[in-house]
Design a protein around this ligand. Sequence first.
Ligand code: SF4
Ligand code: SF4
Length: 393
Amino acid sequence: MEYKIDPRSGNKLSVLGLGCMRLPRGVAGIDMQKTEYMILTAFERGINYFDTAYAYNGSEEAIGEIFERNNLRERIYIASKLPHGKCKSIDDVERLFNTTLQRLRTDYLDYYLIHNVVTADQWKRLVDLGIEEWIAQKKESGAIRRIGFSFHGGMAEFRTLMEGYDWDLVQIQYNYVNEHYQAGREGIELAASKGVPVVIMEPLLGGRLVSNLPKDMIRAFERVAPGRSPAAWGLRWLFDQPDVTVVLSGMNSNEMLEENCATASETAPNSMIEEEHAAIREAKDAFEKNFRVPCTGCNYCMPCPQGLSIPSIFQAYNESYSLGWRTGFFNYMLSIGVTSGEPRLASNCIECGACVKKCPQHIDIPARLADARHRLQPAGVKTAIKIAKPFLQ
Ligand code: SF4
Ligand code: SF4
């Protein structure tokens, strides 16, 4: 495992961190046995940065229990996040923070992040509640070692945030198709110029850069490094960049964990050659031609009052370009629950807008569902459903 020094704290952080948003699940919730195995394997392979959040359903409780049972707390770094939208007063901040500590079975956090900041006004609202004084007290007491924010807005807002407070760490979305999206490379350079470590989320775009890729992408990769997986390509591109500190990956299979750890161990900064960069550029072009809705499948927009499975519909819509219309249509039929009595079609959207404000990718969900409807619900879809149903049951 490669490590980088967080210049603010001197902490030696593994370049690969374990993202604990999507832990292995079974019918009864988080599968503790699989999760424990994954966390212990990650630790044995050298991962020492574990990322969770108050909002990650059951994650803090699960990993807190595992860290305690295995006596890991003092040997790792834990990052968790404050759901700032729930804070109407500084008492709310205090209560949510204490809940996080309680769930994680610890009395301090190595990194505490304001979760999913999009605009500088959101931070200003917290400042007006007195969060700067609150942070200073928590740092003084040692309950918060370092403070940061995770970000999903544009570069102008990022700059305002960076210039308005002395942050210890930032977390941004970044991967080879999002190089200039949201804060992007410019944001990383700004953070580096201030000596602020950068943690990367969505390095593989919620798995969209891993599976069901268009043939042109695979061809571009295979020509340069036959047999190297798309995940390894995506992570390698990130580990190659000196200003990237930690790359978070949600690894819910052992194979994925082993492979990503191997990539992290093999990729030193600035080690990619020009042919590899050219392959990445080619793959990115091919991806953009086929990936019409930048949905990462995070599920933040759910539930929809109309029962629509928004991420699955967008996945099917994207696949109708990358894998062909038939495959997309077939998967659309599955995503709308065609075998149930009442399929939840994209056209069932009533444009209530409840989902839009929750989407970190700022997707105009009703408008893009209308695009999916036009492509995947051609005239006579009811007949198509009737025809498709027997094949899907
Ligand atoms: S706008 Fe449409 S998709 Fe979004 S929550 Fe409302 S009904 Fe569901
Ligand atoms: S539409 Fe937005 S919020 Fe919903 S799953 Fe996709 S990226 Fe996440």
